[in-house]
Design a binder for this molecule. Sequence first.
Ligand code: HEM
Length: 140
Amino acid sequence: MNAQQIQWVQSSFQTLAADPDGVARAFYAQLFRIAPELRPMFKPEMGEQRARLMQVLAAAVRGLDDLDRLLPTLHALGRRHAGYGVEPRHYAVVGRALVDTLRVGLGAAFTADVEAAWCAAYAALAEAMISGSAATAAAV
Ligand code: HEM
């Protein structure tokens, strides 16, 4: 990602920061609309899950210009996800639900450039998480 893309992701995320729970609600609603088979992986009550997702996303967005610093955290998060039954193929559908949510939440501000920047940011996070879970698989 270049500096401009990082700035687009950070400033667009800031726009949504006023209502993190609303963003997370919209995200999970969209995820379970496009992939209802994933719903049973999550606990019935999602309040805490929404808060944790948004905390990690906020930290990742803040840390985009030095993602290496976040790698240990993302690897550990990826390992925990493997334990939840998450497989690498699931990351694409979650990425799609995130992009759909941002498109609705940001409206006209979600330009093609902003979308491409978010796709690059999500790909970097997913790659770090997946490589963390692969490290576990190799160690078993
Ligand atoms: C960039 C991508 C993702 C981020 C930032 C993220 C973030 C989180 C966070 C912060 C938690 C809280 C628990 C913990 O810290 O271990 C969590 C739990 C969870 N995530 Fe993710 N996640 C991502 C991708 C995915 C994907 C692709 C799936 C696949 C369906 C998924 C499914 C789950 C499940 C099943 C839980 C546990 C829920 C529960 O215990 O009820 N996540 N995620």
